[in-house]
Design a protein around this ligand. Sequence first.
Ligand SMILES: *Cc1c(COP(=O)(O)O)cnc(C)c1O
Length: 391
Amino acid sequence: MPASLDKTPLSATEAPATLSNQPIPILDLKRQYASLQSELEATVLDVMASGGYVLGPRVERFEQAVADYLGARHAIGVANGSDALFLALKALGIGPGDEVITTCMSYIATSEAIVRTGATPVFVDIEADTFNIDLSKLELAITSNTKALLPVHLFGQALDMDSLMALAQHHNLKVVEDCAQAIGATWNGKAVGTFGDAGCFSFFPTKNLGAAGDGGLITTNCPELNQTLRMIRVHGAKDRYDHVRDGINSRLDAIQAAILQVKLPYIDNYNQGRLAAAQRYAAGLADVPDVSCPTTKDGASHVFHQYTLRVPADKRDSLRDYLANQQIASMIYYPIPLHRQGTHKKFGYEAGSMPVAEQVAKEVLSLPMFPELTEDETSRVVQAIRAFFNR
Ligand SMILES: *Cc1c(COP(=O)(O)O)cnc(C)c1O
């Protein structure tokens, strides 16, 4: 274990006894900050003193470190994960008249990126037990206008990328992976974000690797795509003030890169802490008949960005209230599937068109999940859920 993790103030063994009465938040960013405080403050002051605040050597150093960590040839820092998706699609030439196939269960940024290029999102239903896109239904959605697939490794579980890439190759489709929730997750030992043409990451503070503000990154093994992405994140400039293609302003800040550089060496420890908490939840809830714990596919690793249960739809909201009464936070990710979002009405998906996701949306409940969750906290959550169903 890296030495500085010893500074984590609330490890399972050190947790103060009074914690038993404390609120359990869905996520507590202050614990991680406290464990790295001196390193983080020193690096922020160092950037301040350097006078270089946007892109530059600190961003380049972080790009290289992420590329090395994931096993990707190139990494391009951008302003946020939403831009990463948009820029990757744009660089692959996706635009009006094209269809891009994606899951109907994700955060809105996934499908919004497709719409932003002028292309049409085509939604596919999910598997109830993994929440990821149902690959057996994906091929049926392919038409002569399909140009790309936009798979999401939802809640941190790697999708079966061997099967997805085989489909993409067979139909000559581009692949952009949405890895915003899944940094460090692997499929058959290979990191997500290194299978497709591009992998897109978010460093929003709540993600598994979080900045102190917005940040994002794109990975690719393709040298030409790397060059294109480096241009279109700075207004399509080949050299300064020589603009050779349409672009936007989507640059990663040096302060965010420096903060992320401090945290990156700990990402496997953080993901391990999430996995340990997930295993405690699973062990404590396995025999509760009304609770379905998340399952992990053979071949996949899961970095538990969220720990999401399914419970009977008619009991979900009262369970949530019951937990809230005991100071235990929970969240519903996601209450409305993407194909039923108001902004996507124009694409014409009726209620009932994605039956699995529509049912799952009524059953999901995400529990507190972050690397520093203590054993005391996870067992309080488990006890409360057991007590609710035993009433
Ligand atoms: C967070 C997230 C994004 C967007 O990332 P931002 O950095 O917030 O723009 C995209 N897709 C998924 C699945 C996400 O969870």
